[in-house]
Design a binder for this molecule. Structure first.
Ligand code: C2O
Ligand code: CU
Ligand code: CU
Length: 483
C-alpha cells in the first residue's frame, strides 16, 4: 500500500488523490486480477540476473575512446525456452554498457541495420545538436552510419543511450534499443564506492507477450505490459555476497512508473539520481522511478543473514500484483571482506543559480472522439519538428514551472542537453531524492513543479518531452533553440 506520507513525498498529495481517485486505484497494483494468458507463465526468481556486456572501444587515442554500435534485429531468450524477435545494439539485450570518464571524449560510430531510420540519443548527456539524436535531419537511414561525439564534460552520472527516431522511437525502445552509459566523475574513484563487478546496472522494462512469446507493440498498452524484466530477463534472481553493492537503476519502460521498496522494509540507500551523485546518501523509504529516470543506490548485504532472500518490490500498477508487484530477488551469500566505503559526503552541489527569466510549460492529453485518437500536447500544441517552441539566449538561467494539466494521466518531463535542479513541487520543497541534478521528473495529474536550468553548454535545437515514450509519440514533445 502507498502510505499517505509517501503519497505526499512523491507529489501525489491528498487533494490530488481525491481529484484523481479513479486513476489512482487504476494505478495501484491489483491483487485479484487474473494472470493474462502468455507463452506459459513465468515462475519468478528462476533465471539468474545477467549483466549487460561492457563495450570495448574499437580504438583509443590520447583523449578519445571510439566505439561501434550497430542497431540490428536479433533474437533473445527473454521467456525461458522462447526465442523472441527484438531490436538490439550489437545483438545484446539490453545493449552493451559504455563506461566513460569525465574529461575523456567518446565517439560512437552508429550503424543502422534496421528497416527504419534510427537515431542514437545519449539521455542526460550534454552534447551538441548533431550528436544528440533528437533532430530529424540528423537521423541515420537504413544501411547508413553516423558519428556521434560525446564531450563528457559534466558530473559523473548514470546516463543511457536509446533510439530517438521520429515517430518510431517508442516502438524501437520497446523492442530493445537502449543501453547504459556510465560516466565516472572526476574524483569519483576516491570516494571508494563499490566498483567493478560490484557496480551493476539494473535496466528495468515491461513487456507484453503474445501466446507465441513475441513482443506485442501497441501504443498506450501499459495495462498489458505486465512481464517485468531486469537486464532482459523476467523476474531474475541475483546471488550476492555479504558486502556492499552499487546498483544503477534505469527505468527504460515506455509508460510504467515504479515505486520500489525492499521486502524487509528497510530503506534503499540512494546516492545519486539522473544527473549524478546526491550531496549525501539518502535513506529512501520508497524509490520513485518514472520512465527515463535513474537512481544510483547502494545496498549493504552484510546486514543480512546468509540465505536471506530479499525481494525488490514494486507498489505501483497497472497489473496483477503477482506479476508487477516485484522485480527481482537478491539471494544473500556469506559475508566477505569489503574494502568499499559509503562516505557521508558524496559531492558538493553548486548553489542554486539565480534565474533571469521565467517560463511556464503545460502538458496535456487530448482525446479526439471523432478519430478515436489521442494527441499529446505541450503548451496546447502537438509536436511539429519544423517548429521552434522556445527560444533561449545562451548562458542564461531560467526558472520553469511545469504543470501536468491532465485530469487522469501522469506525465513526466524530460529535457535534452541540460541538467536542472528541481526547487519546488506544488509550493513544497522537493524530496531529498530529487535534490541533485535531474533531467526527468514525474508529474501526477494536476501537479506542478519548478526547476532551475542554465543553458551554458551548447547552442542549437533540442527537444523536451514527456518521457512516457508512447505519449511523446502522440505528440507530447516540443523544441527549444538555444541561440
Ligand atoms: Cu531519453 Cu528525448 O529522451
Ligand atoms: Cu534525453
Ligand atoms: Cu505523458
Amino acid at each position: 500500500m502507498i502510505s499517505r506520507r509517501n503519497m505526499l513525498r512523491i507529489g501525489l498529495g491528498a487533494s490530488a488523490a481525491g481529484a484523481i481517485g479513479g486513476s489512482v486505484s487504476a494505478l495501484a497494483a491489483s491483487p485479484s486480477a487474473p494472470a493474462p494468458a502468455a507463452a506459459g507463465p513465468v515462475t519468478p526468481f528462476r533465471v539468474p540476473l545477467p549483466v549487460p556486456p561492457v563495450l570495448s572501444p574499437v580504438r583509443r587515442s590520447r583523449s578519445v575512446d571510439f566505439y561501434e554500435i550497430t542497431a540490428r534485429p536479433s533474437r533473445a531468450e527473454i521467456l525461458p525456452g522462447v526465442a523472441t524477435d527484438v531490436l538490439t545494439y550489437n545483438g545484446s539485450l539490453p545493449g552493451p554498457t559504455i563506461r566513460a570518464r569525465a574529461g575523456r571524449r567518446v565517439v560512437v560510430y552508429h550503424r543502422n541495420r534496421l528497416e527504419d531510420p534510427t537515431a542514437l540519443h545519449l539521455h542526460g548527456g550534454k552534447v551538441g545538436q548533431r550528436s544528440d539524436g533528437g533532430l530529424m535531419r540528423y537521423q541515420v537511414s537504413p544501411g547508413r552510419r553516423r558519428r556521434y561525439a560525446y564531450p563528457n564534460r559534466q558530473a559523473g552520472a548514470t546516463l543511457w543511450t536509446h533510439d530517438h527516431a521520429h515517430h518510431v522511437a517508442a516502438e524501437h525502445v520497446y523492442r530493445g534499443l537502449s543501453g547504459v552509459y556510465l560516466l565516472e566523475g572526476e574524483g569519483e574513484r576516491a570516494l571508494g564506492l563499490p566498483s567493478g563487478r560490484y557496480d551493476v546496472p539494473l535496466v528495468i522494462r515491461d513487456s507484453h507477450f503474445d501466446d507465441a512469446g513475441q513482443l506485442v507493440w501497441k501504443m498506450d498498452d501499459a495495462m498489458n505490459r505486465t512481464t517485468l524484466t531486469v537486464n532482459g530477463k523476467p523476474w531474475p534472481y541475483m546471488r550476492v555476497e555479504g558486502r556492499k553493492y552499487r546498483f544503477r537503476l534505469v527505468n527504460s519502460c515506455n509508460l510504467r512508473i515504479f515505486l520500489l521498496t525492499l521486502s524487509d522494509g528497510s530503506p534503499i540507500t540512494q546516492i545519486g539520481s539522473d544527473g549524478g551523485l546526491l550531496a549525501k546518501p539518502y535513506e529512501n523509504p520508497m524509490l520513485v522511478l518514472s520512465p527515463g529516470e535513474r537512481a544510483d543506490v547502494v545496498i549493504d548485504f552484510s546486514r543480512y543473514e546468509p540465505g536471506t532472500e530479499l525481494v525488490l518490490k514494486n507498489l505501483m500498477g497497472p497489473g496483477p500484483t503477482e506479476q508487477v508487484g516485484q522485480l527481482m530477488r537478491f539471494d544473500v551469500g556469506e559475508p566477505v571482506p569489503d574494502p568499499s566505503t559509503l562516505p557521508e559526503r558524496l559531492t558538493t552541489l553548486p548553489d542554486l543559480p539565480e534565474p533571469t527569466a521565467e517560463r511556464t510549460i503545460t502538458m496535456d492529453m487530448k482525446h479526439d472522439s471523432a478519430s478515436g485518437t489521442h494527441h499529446g500536447l505541450i503548451d496546447g500544441k502537438v509536436f511539429d519538428p519544423e517548429r521552434i517552441d522556445t527560444t533561449i539566449p545562451f548562458g542564461t538561467t531560467e526558472m520553469w514551472t511545469v504543470t501536468n494539466n491532465d485530469k487522469t494521466l501522469p506525465h513526466n518531463f524530460h529535457t535534452h542537453l541540460v541538467n536542472f535542479r528541481l526547487v519546488e513541487r506544488d509550493g513544497n520543497p522537493v524530496d531529498a531524492s530529487e535534490s541533485g541534478f535531474k533531467d526527468t521528473f514525474l508529474l501526477f495529474p494536476g501537479r506542478s513543479a519548478k526547476l532551475l536550468v542554465t543553458f551554458d553548454s551548447h547552442r542549437g535545437v533540442f527537444p523536451y518531452h514527456c518521457h512516457m515514450l508512447d505519449h511523446a509519440a502522440m505528440g507530447m514533445m516540443a523544441q527549444m533553440e538555444i541561440v
